[in-house]
Design a protein around this ligand. Structure first.
Ligand code: ASP
Length: 356
């Protein structure tokens, strides 16, 4: 399975597909046609997206949250995997920018009747959307369909590959709580040097991959923690030198948590392991060794924040008292989700990272 995943990424991200999302430089220096993964973003571009997200988060305090920046634009959410948070968040983001948003779910799409993914996308493309936000169980789906559209493909999670907007909203949340503001540091502060523990099912998590790439590019240090049966081979190499320099893998929870500034817990992705040999004896055992409780959290810094991309399996990776405790920023992540997705939609449709 682990090898299978490595193969999938290699097979899909051939130069032909890479060309599809690296081939455009606008007058503002915007060089991306699509957002397939954090892997294609430069650190300065990530910081610009976070700055734009800061700008849109301010809308949360306004009674009227609607802008007209994308008025007349059409965004299609094409979701072949279940999702509540991400789909709703993209829909609200599109609507807050004044765009028309249309949702198509997998079960309601023609792929359920046997149409290929490419044919579905070509039909959706014939309606000329400005952006298609896509989620699919196949790692590589976003890169695969990118050459078939004229607008932007925004990856909302493709199998075990990447979930770029999740990593961006996570970085925004971390920056808000832990960003160090010094002369010359980025607008919202720098997160370089922070110690971030990412704990849980690393093998099946696109969130872990996108976060390892994003946090490493921003200079934070990642302690990735899971039993060896849930650690994909070469995880620390996914971004080459930058992730090798910033990522350490450990099977010991205590070691991962010791002095951490941020603790990010991941769900065990049972839906991706059906039919496989179990990776750990049972949920209770996993929880005892890798779950975050009030007691295990004591190892982290006293002001450490606790994160989770959701959905949470309460009592498995996260004790309810921690999930709902004072250090949890889990619901704040959801609020950042809308602001960051507004930033991404605006940037990729208007081809500019400028704060309007
Ligand atoms: N919502 C995240 C994802 O789509 C995390 C999860 O499902 O556990 O990958």
């Amino acid at each position: 399975m682990v090898c299978g995943h490595a193969l999938t990424i290699q097979r899909v991200l051939t130069p032909r597909y890479l060309r599809a999302y690296d081939g455009l430089v606008s007058s503002q220096g915007f060089r991306h046609r699509h957002l397939v993964g954090i892997s294609a973003l430069a650190p300065e571009e990530i910081t610009q997206i976070l700055d734009l997200g800061d700008h849109y988060l301010e809308l949360d305090a306004q009674p009227v949250k609607k802008l007209a920046e994308l008025r007349g634009r059409t965004i299609i959410n094409l979701f072949f995997e279940s999702s509540t948070r991400t789909r709703t968040s993209f829909e609200i983001a599109a609507k807050r920018l004044g765009a028309d948003a249309v949702n198509i779910t997998g079960s309601a799409s023609s792929t359920a009747k046997g149409e290929t993914l490419i044919d579905t996308v070509r039909n959706v493309e014939a309606m000329r959307p400005d952006a298609i936000v896509v989620r699919h169980a196949f790692g590589g789906a976003a890169a695969m369909i990118a050459p078939h559209v004229g607008g932007a493909i925004i990856n909302a999670g493709d199998g075990q590959h990447e979930h770029p907007t999740q990593a961006l909203l996570d970085a925004a949340t971390i920056r808000r709580h832990k960003g160090l503001k010094t002369a010359g540091s980025p607008r919202g502060g720098s997160i370089a040097g922070l110690e971030v523990a990412i704990v849980g099912d690393l093998a099946h998590s696109r969130v872990a991959r996108s976060n390892i790439l994003c946090l490493s590019k921003l200079g934070a240090n990642v302690r990735a923690c899971a039993p060896w049966t849930l650690v994909p081979r070469g995880l620390e190499d996914i971004g080459g030198e930058v992730t090798r320099a910033h990522t350490r893998i450990t099977p010991h929870l205590d070691e991962a948590l010791e002095g951490a500034d941020v603790v990010m817990m991941l769900r065990v992705q049972n839906e991706r392991t059906a039919g496989e040999a179990p990776r750990f004896p049972n949920a209770r055992e996993f929880s005892r060794m890798y779950g975050l409780s009030v007691r295990t959290l004591e190892r982290a810094k006293p002001d450490a924040i606790v994160m989770h991309p959701g959905p949470i399996n309460r009592g498995v990776e996260l004790a309810p008292e921690v999930a709902d405790g004072a250090r949890s920023v889990i619901l704040e992540q959801v609020s950042w989700g809308v602001a960051i997705r507004m930033a991404v939609l605006r940037a990729w449709i208007m081809k500019s990272f400028e704060v309007p």
